[in-house]
Design a binder for this molecule. Structure first.
Ligand SMILES: *Cc1c(COP(=O)(O)O)cnc(C)c1O
Length: 222
């Protein structure tokens, strides 16, 4: 079941990449296991999953104990400073840096264990008040601050589009994140390459708009 789902998602990614003239290796699939139990996670890993996304640090601590470091762990949900220590211990990539305060906490905990923590800055491209993420106009500021932190390495940006039954309606938000990256490449002379965007309902549109990481839960773990 899970392996069939994974196969079908992988095929859709490949087709979409081909259609948009992008190499398949340009898009990394993160399998979101927030609704999955350990058994389902093991099945997914057996079927070829290499990257796991969890949105709560506490759940990840529990699951990490069982699964270990045979997979790459991604934190995709909001992070609180009091969870930074566990987050830095477990996750290879933290997608959800949305304040200078949390960046500082990550830097501090990473320094303690001699790690350079790779992160993405979460951007609220839609302006929805229910979403975490920094306002696009504040991204420059956060990048400037984070440049002072020796134990954080910013790899790019993440966004969550509003829920929709028609993925075309969220295309502008994905495009906005890609354009933001382009503007920063020009203004700061740094190419933050990673764009984490697209979920079960909208990942094909996200790939068309330049996603390099997509986060898929329901389509794999139904
Ligand atoms: C749950 C979640 C996903 C996966 O969503 P699906 O619709 O199940 O594919 C992706 N990103 C974030 C931040 C999530 O919380």
């Amino acid at each position: 079941m899970i392996s069939d789902n994974l196969k079908s998602v992988t095929k859709r990614i490949a087709k979409c990449c081909e259609r948009s003239g992008r190499p398949e290796e340009a898009v990394k699939l993160v399998s979101v296991t927030k609704e999955a139990d350990i058994e389902e996670m093991r099945a997914a890993i057996l079927a070829g999953v290499t990257d796991i996304g969890e949105n709560r640090v506490q759940d990840a601590v529990f699951k990490h104990k069982a699964i270990g470091d045979s997979v790459i762990w991604h934190l995709i949900g909001h992070l609180q400073t009091n969870k930074a220590k566990d987050a830095v211990r477990i996750f290879s990539l933290i997608h959800s840096v949305d304040s200078i305060r949390i960046a500082e906490a990550i830097d501090k905990e990473a320094r303690k264990i001699g790690k350079v923590q790779e992160v993405l800055v979460q951007v609220n491209t839609s302006g929805e008040s229910t979403k975490f993420g920094v306002h696009p106009e504040d991204v420059d500021n956060i990048l400037r601050e984070c440049a002072l932190y020796g134990n954080i390495d910013i790899k790019g940006f993440m966004t969550i589009a509003p829920e929709t039954s028609n993925p075309e309606t969220v295309r502008p938000y994905f495009r906005a994140l890609n354009e933001l990256r382009g503007r920063i490449r020009t203004s700061r002379g740094v190419d933050y390459g990673a764009l984490s965007m697209g979920m079960t309902g909208d990942f094909e549109v996200a790939i068309e708009e330049g996603a390099t990481i997509i986060r898929i839960g329901r389509a794999i773990f139904v």
